[in-house]
Design a protein around this ligand. Sequence first.
Ligand code: PLP
Length: 373
Amino acid sequence: MKTETIAIHSGNIILSATGDVTPAISLSTTFTRNEEGGYTGGHMYSRVSNPNRNALETVLAALEKGEEACAFSSGNTAGMTLFQALDPGSHIIAPDDMYWGFKKQLQFIFKDTLTIDFIDLTDATAIEAHIKPNTVMIWVETPSNPLLKITDLTAISAICKKHQLMLACDSTFASPCLQNPIALGADVVMHSTTKYIGGHSDVLGGALITAKKDAFWEKIRNIQQIGGAVSAPFDCFLLLRSIKTLAYRMRGHCANGMALAQFLEKHPQVEAVYYPGLPSHPQHEIAKQQMSDFGGMLSILVKGGAEEASKVVNKVELFAQATSLGGVESLIEHRASVEGPDTKTPQNLIRISAGLEHIDDLIADLDQALRAS
Ligand code: PLP
């Protein structure tokens, strides 16, 4: 089945006898045992499993072409669960440009248990020099946040196979519609489902999807069930509902992202545009190979510094000045001030999440804000 069909049917697991076309929300925290001591509906306690979470995990695994998925209460929890499952003393390789929340987790929460080399993963030839006897995993984020760097998943997967390392990929910016890292050799895929998968800026969630149900995956499932940072039934319901339109929303995000990038690349107030769909992007050819389209995320460098960039984000009228991404409404942010004083993000960088408004209105709004800056 194709993505659009999987998205509508794979998680549509109906348990009620009332002929529902879409699953009901199952709020019960506990489930009755039968005389033999079993659980007729297959669920015992909602921290361990729940019908709505089961449905969400089913569709996420199918969309990412994995064997199984775990749904969590946030993207940060999903990533943290993966890091927790690594043996203490492990070394991992991570990108120099990555979602700052995970960088903070690795630098602060895991500082006594893991060692990390943050390197430029776009240069696959430089990676092997960083592999140590205790290296266990390469963590990739592609496209990356906020510089939209593209990492060649097939090339990194070959390095991982040669050195028996795990390959994990934060694929949040791509969504399962634009790239499937497991098909390119990844062992685990991570999504902040808060973003494109949720798509309406009204639900927080995260997910891990595995290529294989191996011993490492069992550890992840245990941390999910015993740690308990699970996605709540209503959140799972919202995500399931959103997934049904994901492929169609992604087409709009990609079209608007591309049109904004093309417009901004020619704008006199703009110094640089980072968007993998532009031929000027340094990894455009890799993006063309591993992605079916280029997404709705882009960053620009405004001519000037922090002051000029701040003026633009304050002057827009249609774009909401807010962090996050992937919702139907366009967002804009001065990224360095979100990340804090120790950030390496350029002070004149603005990150844009192209929403689903009409492109003419988005362009007109950005144009007036840039001209006023
Ligand atoms: N990964 C990426 C690329 C993100 O942009 C974010 C959030 O901004 C996360 C992970 C974390 O997700 P959440 O906010 O759902 O915890």
